[in-house]
Design a protein. Structure first.
Length: 272
């Protein structure tokens, strides 16, 4: 009897050992961020994660949807990635997805209404709860890459995709707590005379969020250029001509055959 019990215990011990070696240990390895640093598909992402404010959060905490079934499914797929590691380092578990709002609110329980420095109004609840927006729509540079400004914070250009004056309000004071349009900007002819003030260093306090703010603005179609602008632009430039600020001389000549001399100012430079 004792010999039989001993054999049973030995077999059970072997089974437990095998489960530990071939299941528990690989699963544990798959939870280590260092494991993903060895995969070709995630080595760069691991390097940026390690230096980010999210370095204390595991890969699964963000990239696997919360919930028992989602986490269990990931563990099974991650187990396969560990087994394939000796022969293939190209694939991430298919359970790794773009972070969901559910993953974000697992840590970020309080939805901020203002930025840490207090210089921006950030009504997260209005965006996430009311408008049902995904966190990653704004926070797409959060961990694994930097924006054009070299930061992990949402760039203003991203805000302006919605805050364009039509989809959402584009007034400076709608978001910025310490920035309002100067009195000079309220003049009716400001869009005409502002070039004369462009050397003022005060401009950069608001406009330097983009590298070439003059050119970026002039790349958009001016309000004066309505649907009938081709027919009416002659009357417009009779009052004030600034075509050359955006258009080279050859542009006018293509239609006029020669450079129109009306109000022509050869000193007016093309906005680069």
């Amino acid at each position: 009897m004792q010999a039989g019990r001993r054999r049973t215990l030995v077999r059970a011990g072997v089974v437990v050992l095998l489960i530990g070696v071939f299941v528990v240990l690989p699963i544990y390895i798959s939870t280590l961020p260092q494991f993903y640093s060895k995969l070709d598909a995630a080595s760069d992402e691991h390097a940026t994660w390690a230096k980010s404010t999210h370095a204390e959060s595991s890969c699964e905490a963000c990239h696997v949807a919360p919930g028992f079934l989602s986490q269990l499914g990931h563990r099974v797929r991650a187990l396969g990635a560990v087994y394939l590691f000796p022969v293939s380092r190209k694939q991430l578990p298919k359970s790794f997805t773009t972070p969901t709002n559910g993953a974000c609110v697992g840590c970020h329980i309080t939805l901020r209404a203002v930025s840490p420095k207090g210089d921006l109004q950030i009504p997260h609840r209005a965006h996430v709860t009311v408008l049902k927006m995904d966190c990653v729509q704004c926070h797409n540079y959060l961990v694994h890459e930097k924006s054009a400004e070299g930061k992990h914070t949402p760039p203003m250009s991203g805000c302006l995709t919605c805050h364009d004056g039509e989809t959402a309000d584009n007034a400076c004071t709608s978001c910025h707590t310490a920035k309002a349009a100067p009195e000079s900007h309220k003049a009716k002819d400001w869009t005409i005379v502002h070039a004369e003030k462009s050397a003022d260093p005060e401009c950069a306090k608001c406009h330097a969020w983009t590298k070439n703010w003059c050119a970026d603005c002039h790349a958009r179609r001016p309000r004066s250029h309505t649907k009938d602008w081709r027919a009416t632009h002659g009357d417009g430039i009779a009052t004030r001509r600034n075509c050359e600020a955006c258009h080279e001389a050859a542009f006018c000549e293509r239609c006029h055959g020669e450079l129109p001399k009306l109000n022509y100012d050869p000193a007016l430079k093309l906005v680069q």
